[in-house]
Design a protein around this ligand. Structure first.
Ligand code: DP6
Length: 370
């Protein structure tokens, strides 16, 4: 699939109005996407666990408008109009217009709700942009199906097309969002050992995964719920002039290669090494860019040190990963969940802002709500 395969040739335009709803999860990267080229093309491949509990539900209501050639939409979060979200969505619409040209023919109301608090410091762009991309795909499907003679009807009978184009569009809203359409393990970015992998959309990890990695847990400790100190767009751009960028991109390819045998053999020890190193490398990149940032907080380090000590004392397979912020994702296998959860509750929750944390686990992707 190339970008132009996502442009349909014919477009029946008969629908006056309607609405569609999708629920889409967040995801947590194991090998991180950090650095991008033009058109949201990642500088290196990444892989993530799709999450289950952290998700966004979006209802897209559309009504045909008169010959006005501008984008027309309103955004609501928890039923409140949210004009500060508009610029990001306007940019998204501009980027995707070529692939979903009907968006200029309609006015849209975008009603969105997150299962996690918006101000929690949890990235809502992955779940939010993927939910919106899926809604737009459902509108495209309705349009195509409204004319049974359309040659594109067949295209939509292929489920891969729907998911791949949804992921393709989501990527243009926010890179990591393209990994939220499906589950449970998604690769985005071309990697030589992963057939079918693409810079344009996420694909399901195609190889055997040992049972140790089934139902993996992710408990998210909310250390700092404030606004992000650096937007991911600014962070990605800093990689263009970063002195260690090329080594970092090569390392990501390498780590993804190593994960193939780790997943196959159920090697939790090596999994921990790769995942923690990826998290710290992401932060090291930020600390060594110009300008430089420290996004961890003292409590982030307290938590990391406690995790390391507990792991050494018990031999349990607990590890952490980080996004571009201070919150800590604690990853652990299902079979050790009871003991590790007790430890989190007794010893780590004190480091969370207002004691807040979210219990999540691997999930299987977005769902259409009828
Ligand atoms: C650190 O997907 O938020 O979470 O494409 O600019 O929207 P944009 O960036 P975004 O970057 C996420 C970066 C990360 C690592 C990851 O999820 O792979």
């Amino acid at each position: 699939m190339t970008a132009k395969d996502f442009i349909l040739k014919t477009y029946p335009n008969t629908l006056k109005s309607g609405s569609v709803t999708w629920q889409s999860p967040s995801n947590i990267a194991l090998v991180k996407y950090w650095g991008k080229k033009d058109n949201q093309i990642p500088a290196n491949p990444s892989i993530s666990f799709t999450l289950d509990a952290c998700k966004t539900t979006t209802t897209l209501t559309f009504s045909k408008k008169e010959n006005d050639s501008n984008f027309s939409f309103d955004v609501f979060l928890d039923d409140k109009k949210q004009d500060d979200f508009k610029p990001k969505i306007e940019t998204f619409f501009k980027r995707i217009e070529k692939y979903v040209p009907f968006i200029k023919d309609y006015h849209f109301d975008i009603d969105t709700k997150n299962t996690f608090p918006h101000s929690s410091g949890i990235a809502s762009s992955a779940s939010g942009m993927s939910a919106l991309a899926l809604c737009l795909m459902s509108v495209e499907k309705l349009l195509i199906e409204s004319d049974v003679s359309s040659s594109a009807v067949e295209t939509f009978q292929n489920k891969d097309y729907f998911n791949q184009k949804a992921s393709f569009l989501a990527r243009l809203g926010s890179g990591s969002a393209c990994r939220s359409i499906q589950g449970d393990l998604i690769v985005w970015g071309k990697h030589k050992e992963i057939e079918g992998s693409s810079d344009f959309f996420g694909v399901k990890y195609p190889f055997y995964v040992h049972k140790n990695f089934k139902n993996y847990h992710d408990t998210i400790l909310l250390v700092d719920k404030g606004e992000k100190q650096v937007s991911s767009t600014v962070g990605h751009n800093l990689m263009h002039t970063h002195p260690f960028a090329e080594e970092r991109f090569a390392q990501a390819h390498n780590n993804l290669s190593k994960l193939i045998s780790v997943f196959k053999e159920g090697d939790l020890k090596s999994f921990i090494e790769i995942v923690e190193s990826e998290a710290l490398t992401l932060h090291a990149m930020m600390m060594t860019s110009m300008p430089y940032f420290i996004l961890m907080k003292p409590n982030t380090l307290e938590i990391i040190n406690k995790i390391w000590r507990f792991r050494q004392d018990t031999g349990l397979h607990i590890c952490f990963t980080l996004d571009a912020g201070a919150n800590v994702h604690i990853l652990y296998p299902e079979k050790e969940a009871d003991e590790i959860y007790k430890f989190i509750n007794n010893e780590l929750v004190v480091y969370c802002q207002n004691g807040h944390y979210i219990c999540d686990r691997i999930g299987f992707g977005a769902k259409k709500i009828d």
